[in-house]
Design a protein around this ligand. Structure first.
Ligand code: F6R
Length: 240
């Protein structure tokens, strides 16, 4: 696992943008695994800016998002569909048929998403944020690691953290559909970005703690190509 600390959050996120852009440059039909949340926004802004300047081309790029709320209207501003449209899809030349987000809530829906990833040749580079409790995607702390795309019941901590995108915490959907840890670990390369002091403990436990499904991101220690990028705050416990 590689670990790099940056002076501020913007720089850490832009460094993730650099790695995604490099992947697209080297392989025009790359398969990107994408995340939502506040953290990756500067990375998407960089990609848009490089696209506008003709540096990268999304014409043959395929994307698979990590997760989406169950039952949410894709047009709702709180949906991950909407987020991706706002920050990336509507601003670059990605083809609509090459863009994928998980949907539904049955085991068959999860299998269909796994099969679509497989049919695309697997994920070349997976962008990840991390929850304060060490979740990646919506893989919450649990007694065992998940494998494929599946429905999850959100923890209270995640509902509270995500309530900022909704009118009130009561409006946060209680379930989501998420790629599993197995899907994430199958990516050829992983870039995890964490910023802000609220993530410091999760970063420390991810990199230095025991590998346990109680800290889902800790399994990334076993990935052969995983880079963790943080700002000073999120990396603070690693410097001690
Ligand atoms: C989002 C996702 C989540 C977030 C995590 C951090 O697609 O999979 O795991 O990455 O909750 O969210 P932010 O970046 O908002 O702190």
């Amino acid at each position: 696992m590689e670990f790099h600390v940056y002076e501020n959050a913007k720089a850490a996120c832009e460094a993730a943008g650099v790695l995604l852009a490099a992947q697209i440059t080297r392989k025009g039909d790359s398969v990107l695994g994408l995340a939502t949340g506040s953290t990756p926004i500067p990375a998407y802004a960089m990609l848009v800016s490089w696209y506008e300047r003709g540096v990268i081309d999304f014409d043959r790029v395929r994307t698979f998002n990590l997760d989406e709320y169950v039952g949410i209207d894709p047009q709702s501003p709180a949906s991950y569909h909407y987020f991706m449209h706002e920050h990336l899809f509507s601003k670059v030349n990605l083809r609509p048929e090459n863009v994928h987000l998980p949907s539904g809530q049955t085991a068959a829906d999860g299998r269909a998403y796994d099969e679509a990833i497989h049919a695309a040749g697997g994920i070349d580079i997976q962008l990840l944020g991390i929850g304060r409790n060490g979740h990646i995607g919506f893989n919450e702390p649990a007694g065992e690691f998940t494998y494929g795309t599946h429905t999850v019941t959100l923890t209270q901590s995640t509902i509270e953290a995500n309530a900022r995108f909704f009118a009130s915490p009561d409006d946060v959907p209680r379930q989501a559909i998420s790629m599993g840890i197995g899907n994430i670990m199958a990516a050829k390369c992983i870039v995890l970005v964490a910023t802000g002091s609220a993530k410091a403990d999760a970063v420390y436990r991810t990199i230095r703690g025991p590998i346990t499904p109680r800290v889902p991101a800790s399994i990334l220690q076993l990935h052969p190509c995983c880079v963790v990028l943080t700002d000073r705050e999120a990396g603070a416990l690693m410097m001690k």
